[in-house]
Design a protein around this ligand. Structure first.
Ligand code: UDX
Length: 444
């Protein structure tokens, strides 16, 4: 099939490359000229495992091209819209300007029988509105809503072998035709046994909002338990293992620590609350406000742990951070990504700096993006250099190289052996045996 993908960010670039791998002829379109130049040269504009190989292979096969010109979508029969829906400044609601602009630009190139398929996360009701607009601007074309569930860092695998495919389609024959076209697009994952569900637009939009809200709630639930464990002297990691063995609960997404960040979960739960408010259903989602608050409190908790480390190191200072060297391990919002959007690690680093600490941040992939967003922080790509002479080491993103740190040799480089493990990934006993004061999250 000939397919266009509008928007070549974390979602669109991976989607376009995977569609080409599935055998389709794909054109990726984006307004960002630099991004398109890089992608055309086979260079991934962000860090995503497996994407560079996939991209070069697809470009070499001649099945994947990129362009800044929307007119190049003409001649394709399926058009995916994969643009961002960030949080509006100073509000909870989502900013739909990129989605609106993408459909407005695409409409004039849609032929009768084409389908436009949106993958972006939007407030429920958006699809019905866009469908009505397309009925005027592109009669004969149909709209489908096909939410994306990929995780950054696993995006290629999640696209090629998703847990499920969700199609939101209009009622009647137009909907059946759209579903059949999507089945053709996803022939490979469907043949491999991927389940797919067909539903109305509103349900498809809500599936995505509900899935992300559930995941955020699961993380905040275990972080709430971490708060109680801290008060009671219990260990949340053991608690998570024990409750996670109940199949109804499951162990996944029960890692207590610094909490969730990134370009999706935080803004999606806020946009969901805003939309529910517009619909008069705000009471149904007031718990998400608490999910958000628990999540933000974890960041403050890490700052408090660093302060208590400084107070222990220098009892006269009453926890002041002035003159203390703090090394932050991790800038990305999660490992295997260079994405720093709403990164809890950078938020904590900035808070520590504001309170007077001399902060050095290191990360294997995300420093360039981090420096762009937080120009006042100090960044050091070399791990040994970043750790040298630290008074407190704070682990905030669980990159494998930080798991592998040796407490004995590291102890010789730092000024004081004080470690805050914001992701509960290190072996507390081994670090303590090497003379470190180890503080985890929700652990005694
Ligand atoms: C998320 C959803 O998982 C995905 O389905 C959706 O399409 C987009 O949003 P992503 O933002 O890439 O994906 O990352 P995810 O792996 O979900 O992690 C989100 C955040 O939660 C990260 O900051 C991570 O560190 C944190 N997290 C995750 C925890 O704090 N504890 C956990 O147990 C799991």
């Amino acid at each position: 099939m000939r397919i266009s993908v509008i928007g070549c960010g974390y979602l669109g670039a991976v989607h376009a490359s995977c569609l080409a791998k599935m055998g389709h002829e794909v054109i990726g379109i984006d307004v960002d000229e630099r991004k398109i130049a890089e992608l055309s040269a086979g260079i991934a504009p962000f860090f995503e495992p497996g994407l560079p190989e996939l991209l070069s292979e697809a470009i070499a096969s001649g099945r994947l091209r990129f362009s800044t010109d929307m007119a190049d979508a003409q001649g394709c029969t399926v058009h995916f819209v994969c643009v961002g829906t960030p949080q509006r400044k100073g509000e909870y609601a989502a900013d739909l300007s990129y989605v609106n602009a993408a459909f407005a630009g695409l409409a004039e190139f849609l032929a009768s029988g084409d389908i436009a398929v949106c993958k972006s996360t939007v407030p429920v009701g958006t699809a019905a509105r866009i469908s009505a607009e397309l009925a005027v601007s592109a009669p004969g074309a149909a709209l489908a809503w096909n939410p994306e569930f990929l995780r950054e860092g696993h995006a290629v695998q999640d696209t090629i072998a998703p847990d499920r495919l969700v199609y939101g389609v209009p009622a009647g024959e137009a909907g059946q035709r759209a579903a059949a076209q999507l089945d053709e697009v996803y022939r490979a994952p469907l043949a491999a046994g991927t389940p797919r569900m067909i539903m109305d637009y509103a349900t498809a939009e809500l599936v995505k909002a509900a899935a992300n809200s559930f995941l955020a709630t699961k993380i905040s639930f275990i972080n709430a338990m971490a708060e109680v464990c801290e008060a009671a002297g219990a260990d949340v990691t053991v608690l998570a293992d024990a409750i996670g063995m109940d199949e109804r609960i499951g162990r996944k997404f029960l890692n207590a620590g610094l909490g969730f960040g990134g370009g999706c979960l935080p803004k999606d739960i806020r946009a969901f609350m805003a939309r529910a408010g517009e619909l008069g259903a705000d009471q149904a989602l007031t718990f998400l406000k608490e999910v958000d608050s628990i999540n933000m409190r974890r960041r403050t908790k890490v700052v408090e742990l660093v302060k208590s480390a400084c107070a222990a190191l220098d009892p006269q200072s009453s926890g002041s951070l002035i003159g203390k060297r703090v090394t932050v391990l991790g800038a990305a919002f999660k490992p295997y990504s260079d994405d720093v959007r709403d990164s809890p690690a950078l938020n904590v680093a900035a808070q520590l700096q504001l309170q007077g600490a001399t902060v050095t941040v290191t990360d294997p992939e995300a420093l360039e993006n981090a420096a762009e967003r937080f120009p006042t922080l100090t960044f050091e790509p070399d791990l040994d250099e970043a750790l040298a002479r630290a008074h407190v080491v704070v682990l905030l993103t669980e990159w494998p190289q930080y798991r592998a740190l040796d407490p004995v040799s590291l102890g010789e480089k730092v000024n004081a052996k004080y470690l805050v493990d914001g992701r509960n990934i290190l072996d507390a006993a081994a670090w303590r045996a090497a003379g470190w004061t180890y503080r985890g999250m929700g652990r005694p």
